[in-house]
Design a protein around this ligand. Structure first.
Ligand code: UDP
Ligand code: MG
Length: 311
């Protein structure tokens, strides 16, 4: 098998025939052995039946039916698990990722890249969604401990070794585009215009989107928990110094000061700061536990020169 195309499907019955036509047309021209894995993520419409008829007509189309709706990232992970190809493509079922640029992905992989991801140059979506995406990717890029490309989603082509690494990562909150970037090797992006949905409406509810964003931020950055400590130090120190100044002024009897209130206020602020520092310290330990249980490999090797490879 040369290429596997993994496509998560959740109630996409209206768009599937067009998806089938466009993807098979593009792959047919590439002249390689391919499989298309349609991962049905617990659809309740006719998607399943349609996938079955596709397979009867064309055995290169395979179906993987999840037992219920597990979510986009999990559906893709399931598809990756069963993909046989040497090159693996991930794309959405709604044709927002145009299959027509797959030949470009393919030739970049031939050039020796391990990951080729699509960079969304333009999005045909409402302003609110465009703005939040814009902000999110910049924030993630800024906060992330490992490199994270801007404006690239799951749409990509990867070599077998990258997928094998992804499969070997046992973490359960999977932010695949992040794990993919984390893997390293030679990665590159190709810009494309993101179309609007071919049929139906977005299957990502606001809460699903929020959870995805949170997975991305929490799985790839320790900065949120560090902020607690920093904020605690800031509060404790400033209140301590204001308190000290206040005391000095009082002792030397400079100016008139309200009695009692200021002391109380500073004391509360100081103690609040101390509490934040302590919570932050506990948070730091929780962060370490989080890091350990993710069990990502410590490093990945791209090449061995003169080293006996141990298996
Ligand atoms: N999807 C899925 N499970 C879900 C939600 C979405 O498999 O719980 C699939 C959906 O069928 C589509 C892809 O994930 O192929 C992207 O979803 P969608 O287009 O709704 O997201 P958006 O592009 O609006 O962010
Ligand atoms: Mg979409």
């Amino acid at each position: 098998m040369d290429m596997s195309v993994v496509i998560p499907v959740f109630n996409e019955a209206n768009g599937l025939p067009e998806l089938y036509n466009r993807v098979t047309r593009v792959l047919g021209n590439l002249n390689l052995r391919y499989e298309i894995i349609l991962v049905d993520d617990g659809s309740t419409d006719a998607s399943r039946e349609i996938i079955k008829t596709f397979h009867e007509r064309d055995p290169q189309i395979c179906g993987l039916f999840l037992s219920r709706n597990f979510g986009h990232q999990t559906a893709i992970s399931a598809g990756l698990h069963y993909a046989q190809g040497q090159i693996i493509v991930i794309m959405d079922a709604d044709l927002q990722d145009p299959p027509e640029i797959l030949p470009q992905f393919f030739s970049k992989i031939q050039e020796g890249y391990d990951v080729v991801y699509g960079i969304r140059r333009k999005r045909k979506e409402n302003i609110w969604k465009r703005f939040t995406y814009y902000l999110f990717y910049r924030m993630l890029n800024h906060l992330s401990d490992s490199p994270m490309p801007l404006d690239s989603g799951d749409f990509c082509a990867m070599t077998r070794r990258i997928v094998d690494h992804l499969k070997a990562m046992p973490e359960r909150h999977r932010f695949l585009r992040g794990l993919r970037a984390w893997s390293g090797y030679r990665q590159t992006g190709i810009e494309y215009e993101r179309d609007s949905r071919y049929a139906g409406s977005s299957k990502y509810t606001l809460s699903k989107l929020f959870n995805l964003a949170l997975d991305g931020l929490i799985s790839f950055s320790a900065i949120p928990v560090r902020l607690i400590i920093q904020f605690g130090f800031f509060t404790a120190f400033t209140s301590f110094f204001i308190g000290l100044t206040y005391l000095v002024l009082k002792i030397f009897d400079i100016g008139t000061w309200p009695s009692g209130f200021a002391t109380l206020f500073l004391l509360i602020a100081f103690l609040g700061g101390i509490q934040l520092i302590t919570i932050g310290m506990i948070g730091e330990y929780v962060g370490r536990i989080h890091l350990e249980v993710k069990q990502r490999p410590l490093f990945l090797i791209s090449e061995y020169i003169g080293i006996k490879q141990q298996t």
